[in-house]
Design a protein around this ligand. Structure first.
Ligand code: BG6
Length: 513
């Protein structure tokens, strides 16, 4: 692994949920794994006045409650003491230049106390309205200026990176004013998940897949990212976003790009991101007038999922009673290039679904021989390659196998690779991997400026189509179901089906041989 240089990690929005649930625990795990530099410091920056000690208390609490190893084996007190002895807090407004000058002076002091050598990793985990003033504040106080004697000043930006193409372009322009592209790390935590990274290994480190990985052998690809949680607790944010912006433009598009991209020339950030960007540019645009034919939106109504009741999205706090924000989206896309010509990509995501399930299903064509088809009571199952992202991480091949016995009975069977079973080692959390990569300066798992713009260019016409008065409003769906009926029609009218729960045994097919 690349050696991490001394550095100060500054978290903007340090009193927020993401910092407590993910970022501070990730820093602890990196320290535990020996992946943090010897000389590090953790600085919390937020508007609420607080002492260093109070912030240290927040760190202790967050680590004890949310760090993946502490939850199982308890906290390592010596490590926790080491971490908190290097944790500091700086109260400041996001738009006040003086607060940034004070931050610069404080960081210089911390350099002396903790040996952090002037290297800084800034993490923006604030509401998006604060991104622009923070970048400007950092730039104007000289905190993003590249110095010959200091190896790095880097910035991680949380999502959402804009709400459409013009706002993303604007944010990119702000970044470019104060930083070079090599200093900007636009995060998508899906890229930090093990299985997602394994997609590239699966495709490019094995010779059996690549010859088949195209429209000649693949009937279609499905991507489902379903969540059981509803949006009731964060409806204020969610109502301005909706499933398309919250999940599709970023997480699902990243999964799709990794499935669809051409082999990169090298395994470096530039080559990988070039190929992903080409995928977005090859997506056949869905014109505003076509939106209802290719995209379905839904909104959950009153009901219950997994024991959690909801009065329905429209009753959630902060949601206007006539909100048209979608809590579910499904769509059919085509990637118009030589590899994928004519192969549909069906994607869907939603809140209040029956299961937490993120998976990619690559469905291969049916066998061309009608041998079995003729003599069996129903067609044999198509071969599926299932890439499981959550809740389990792994890969599963579904093939047809003979049921033991005198008759020729066929059943779909799974050849499974599950991370936990094979490696007996828990995969790190996405944020651990991504923070480490940013410290060592590897941008491969971060999104480039032109890439994020290319993804918004696909989304914008859909949003505009939905705003037309003639577009269908979101269709209600009962919590605990797989979305509105029209989401089924989207795929079933093409003679295909959503891969529902692949772990349920499929019925046996009897063949008269
Ligand atoms: C976030 C979205 O980016 O991803 C949330 O804003 C969503 O709405 C979350 O719940 C899902 O992440 P994961 O890792 O739990 O699948």
């Amino acid at each position: 692994m690349a050696a991490a240089l001394p550095c100060a990690i500054v978290i903007f929005g340090a009193s927020g949920d993401l910092a407590k649930l993910k970022l501070i625990p990730a820093v602890y795990e990196l320290l535990r794994e020996g992946l943090l530099p010897e000389n590090f410091a953790l600085i919390g920056y937020a508007r609420t006045p607080m002492s260093d000690d109070a912030f240290r208390h927040i760190c202790r609490d967050a680590i004890a409650k949310f760090s993946r190893t502490a939850k199982k084996h308890g906290v390592d007190d010596a490590l926790l003491d080491r971490l908190t002895s290097r944790a500091f807090y700086h109260a400041g407004q996001y738009g006040n230049p003086e607060d940034f000058s004070r931050l610069r002076d404080r960081l210089n002091e911390i350099d002396h106390a903790c040996g952090t050598s002037g290297n800084r990793l800034f993490y923006m985990s604030t509401p998006p309205e604060a991104f622009e003033p923070i970048i400007a504040g950092l730039g104007q106080s000289g905190l993003t200026t590249r110095h010959a004697e200091h190896p790095f000043q880097r910035l991680i930006i949380e999502k959402p990176f804009g709400v459409d193409l013009p706002t993303a372009e604007h944010l990119n322009a702000i970044c470019n004013t104060h930083l070079g592209e090599e200093q900007v790390f636009r995060i998508d935590h899906y890229l930090g998940k093990e299985t997602v990274q394994n997609l590239m290994v699966l495709r490019f480190a094995n010779s059996i897949f690549e010859p088949l990985w195209n429209h000649r052998y693949i009937d279609h690809v499905q991507i489902t990212v379903a969540e059981t949680v509803n949006a009731d607790d964060r409806a204020g944010y969610y109502d301005k976003s909706g499933a398309l912006r919250d999940m599709v433009q970023n997480h699902i598009f990243q999964l799709m790009a990794l499935v669809a991209m051409e082999p990169p020339a090298l395994l470096d950030a530039r080559s990988i991101r070039d190929e992903k960007t080409k995928v977005y540019k090859s997506i056949r645009p869905i014109r505003e007038s076509q939106v209802d034919s290719f995209v379905v939106r839904g909104q959950y109504s009153a009901g219950e999922v997994g024991g959690k009741k909801t009065d329905g999205y429209l009753k959630a706090k902060g949601v206007p009673p006539d909100s048209r924000t979608e809590t579910f989206a499904a769509m059919k896309l085509f990637i118009d290039n030589w590899r994928w010509s004519g192969t549909p990509f069906y994607i869907r995501t939603g809140k209040a679904m029956p299961a937490k399930m993120s998976q990619i299903t690559v469905r291969f064509n049916a066998p061309p021989l009608t041998l079995f088809q003729k003599q069996c009571e129903s067609p044999v199952y198509p071969n599926d390659l299932i890439i499981k992202v959550a809740p389990e991480e792994g890969i599963s091949w579904h093939i047809n196998g003979k049921v033991p016995g005198g008759s020729m009975n066929i059943r779909a069977v799974a050849l499974d690779f599950l991370y936990n079973n094979t490696f007996k080692k828990e995969a790190p959390e996405a944020y651990e991997r991504l923070i480490y990569d940013a410290i060592v300066g590897d941008q491969s798992l971060f999104i480039r400026g032109d890439e994020v713009e290319a993804a918004w260019a696909v989304i914008d016409p859909i949003e505009r189509g939905w705003q037309r008065s003639t577009s269908r409003p979101p269709e209600p769906y009962a919590p605990g179901t797989w979305g509105p009926r029209r989401a089924m029609d989207l795929i079933e009218l093409d003679g295909r089906r959503w891969a529902q729960n692949n772990d349920e045994p499929q019925p046996i097919i009897a063949c008269a041989v």
